[in-house]
Design a protein around this ligand. Structure first.
Ligand SMILES: Cc1cc2nc3c(=O)[nH]c(=O)nc-3n(C[C@H](O)[C@H](O)[C@H](O)COP(=O)(O)O)c2cc1C
Length: 184
């Protein structure tokens, strides 16, 4: 099973979360004892062939100015050829975002996750949310996906805490376990 984890990360918070998702994904694949490849790419390095060959796509973005970073949107808009041919149909998708969250309301994190859903669903993919029973739901889960707050109460960057990294691992495991259920 090929898992491709893609993000943009201007200041490494989102990349740290991507790495933790990868650890969870690897655990799930090892448990299933199947051949595996887990690839990490930044949004500007992804080719159409990378997307074609992945069974599982996990996309993440920081929230910039209330929404998706343009680097992700640029990648998504470059996939229309795949859409025309239905080449991503039936693949499993996962979504994550990091956000400063100044003011406590999330600063656009839900719409960032939902924007990624819309793009995956447009491609005919199946999207995994973040179920309430998963480790870390109360800390970094939203039913749409994984949402990691990285700002402190003054709105300044505060890093990715351990509880969020645990939630990220749990999410990576969950997405891969879901994909394994669909494998024949
Ligand atoms: C240009 C810019 C715009 C941002 N806009 C928002 C925002 O609208 N809402 C929010 O909650 N956080 C916002 N943030 C904070 C980032 O989402 C947060 O620091 C994130 O974890 C950065 O991830 P990165 O280190 O991977 O780039 C913004 C940060 C930058 C640099």
């Amino acid at each position: 099973m090929n898992v491709l984890i893609v993000c943009h990360s201007g200041y490494q918070h989102t990349q740290q979360v991507a790495d933790a998702i990868g650890i969870g994904a690897k655990l799930a694949l090892e448990d299933a004892a199947i051949s595996q490849s887990i690839m990490f790419k930044s949004a500007d390095q992804v080719s159409l062939d990378d997307l074609r060959s992945a069974d599982v796509l996990i996309f993440g973005s920081p929230v910039y100015m209330g929404g998706l970073a343009w680097q992700l949107k640029k990648l998504i808009d470059s996939t229309s050829k795949l859409w025309m041919a239905g080449e991503l149909e039936g693949k499993i998708g996962g979504v994550f975002a990091t956000y400063g969250g100044y003011g406590g309301a999330g600063g656009g994190v839900e719409q960032t996750l939902i924007a990624l859903h819309a793009n995956f669903l447009e491609h005919g993919m199946l999207v995994c949310g973040f179920p309430r029973q998963l480790t870390g739901y109360a800390h970094a889960g939203i039913h749409w996906g994984l949402a990691v707050r990285t700002g402190n109460e003054e709105g300044m960057p505060d890093g990715v805490d351990d509880a969020s990294l645990m939630a990220a691992r749990a999410y990576g495991e969950h997405v891969v376990e879901t994909a394994l259920r669909f494998q024949h």
